[in-house]
Design a protein around this ligand. Sequence first.
Ligand SMILES: O=C(O)CCC(=O)C(=O)O
Ligand SMILES: [Fe+2]
Length: 314
Amino acid sequence: MGSLENPTLPIIDFSEKNLEPGSPSWFTTAEKVVHALEDYGCFIATYSKFSPEMHRSIFGVSEQLFDLPTDVKILNTSGTPSHGYVGQEPIIPLYEGLGIENATTHTGVETFTSLLWPSGNHHFGETALEYSRLVAELEQEVMRMVSKNYGIEDSYQSLVGATSYLLRFIKYRAPGKDETGLGIVPHTDKSFMSILHQRQVKGLQIQTKNGDWLLVDPSPSYFVVMAGDACMAWTNGRIEPSKHRVIIDEGSEDRYSLGLFTFIKDVKIQVPEELVDDDNPSRFKPFDHYKYIHFYYTEEGKRSKCPIKDYCGI
Ligand SMILES: O=C(O)CCC(=O)C(=O)O
Ligand SMILES: [Fe+2]
């Protein structure tokens, strides 16, 4: 248990030729996606629509964002726990993050940008919106593949319009001499789906079902597509989210990463009837995703070994 190995997460090619709807390679890709999610709870997507220029510009604006004074960054608040500014937390002192809610909409990005840069920052807004929309396309393709493969397209249709996107900018400062390199404690995401992207400094580790931790090499074309707790409930437990953590090596540079997280707003998530039969009874009650997030941040939720089961498990 616990040994580090070379990364062996499945790598799945999301180039144009595999994304032609209904083509044989689309179906093959869909099968790989479902296998990877069932076996690992996540996989690496290589996404050809994402250019090296986009990689440079999004991390360029990320640096600009973190360089703002702390009293400006803390203006980024949210009614949902951990969706706004998080920093200087005693258990994860290296970690700092800010979140743009409704990041695929002009309004969402504009609200965030004008709060942090009252005199405007057009380049930031444009870059954040372009990034969010491009990565959201990847997420939607993945979900179409999962729902087609499971025969639960109708259920997915009822969720897709209710999906909201949170873009989180994350920075881990390099650990000092007497500090541990723990960037973020082991956890599963509370999201429906998460897509992570990292700059050159490694640190993201994913736990496999047999307890090994795999290091995900950073690459400008790599996106880690990861199921969250809500996806586990929706798929009646077929897809389990993977536990992951961030550990920064001593002597590293500061590490920058990005997460695009989906959450389902205003409609309840429920197990599709196609995934329920006598051998597979429904394991989760219909639940409100945002109420689940609030539950997770209660004392009971924080103590729980599997909060989604404690919240809405049958
Ligand atoms: O920084 C990373 O690569 C991972 C971040 C993460 O796991 C999270 O924000 O939930
Ligand atoms: Fe995470």
